[in-house]
Design a protein around this ligand. Structure first.
Ligand SMILES: CC(C)(COP(=O)(O)OP(=O)(O)OC[C@H]1O[C@@H](n2cnc3c(N)ncnc32)[C@H](O)[C@@H]1OP(=O)(O)O)[C@@H](O)C(=O)NCCC(=O)NCCS
Length: 138
């Protein structure tokens, strides 16, 4: 796959460290899932223009192992809009050992709900009311 094959906006980038490994020495899948939830939450929070919570992980595919020293890049986009909820698609790509091959390692769909100040679900703002930076993240 080529670099331009990633779908979505580059939302976070981080380095996989030895402290993130499983017993086999590869990166723990739960760490990758957590990084995906963080990136998806940034995307969802900008679309909601406020607080959001993850309500469901609709799908999660582990395609290739992540290794210590890989740069992990998370790409997100809002795939579906409900009234108070949205589905964010996330793709994780690595640059092997910082300078090597670039590969897609996971993909998933995370559902978020926008919350008001009392922690209750609240309608998403209309797209035309979003600031430019949030519109670009869609
Ligand atoms: C998210 C939460 C506030 C929703 O509460 P609720 O009383 O079900 O709210 P509503 O009935 O108004 O539903 C809100 C939206 O969430 C959707 N939803 C609720 N539960 C869902 C579920 N289990 N799966 C998928 N979507 C769900 C509804 O379809 C609705 O979408 P829409 O407004 O776009 O049509 C509540 O489930 C919650 O607090 N969950 C815990 C979230 C959390 O702590 N996440 C971090 C986990 S560590």
């Amino acid at each position: 796959m080529k670099e331009e094959d990633a779908v979505g906006k580059l939302t976070t980038r981080t380095l996989a460290m030895p402290s993130d490994t499983n017993a086999a020495g590869d990166i723990f899948g739960g760490w990758v899932l957590s990084q995906m939830d963080i990136a998806a939450g940034i995307c969802a929070g900008q679309r909601a223009q406020g607080r959001v919570v993850t309500v469901a992980v609709e799908s999660m595919s582990f395609i290739r192992a992540v290794k210590v020293g890989d740069i992990l890049g998370l790409y997100t986009h809002v795939a579906e809009l409900g009234n108070t909820s949205m589905v964010v698609n996330v793709e994780a790509w690595v640059r092997r050992n910082r300078i090597g091959l670039r590969e897609k390692v996971t993909e998933g769909r995370f559902k978020f709900v926008a919350l008001d100040e009392n922690g209750k679900s609240t309608p998403l703002p209309a797209e035309e009311d979003l600031p430019d930076y949030a519109r670009e993240s869609i």
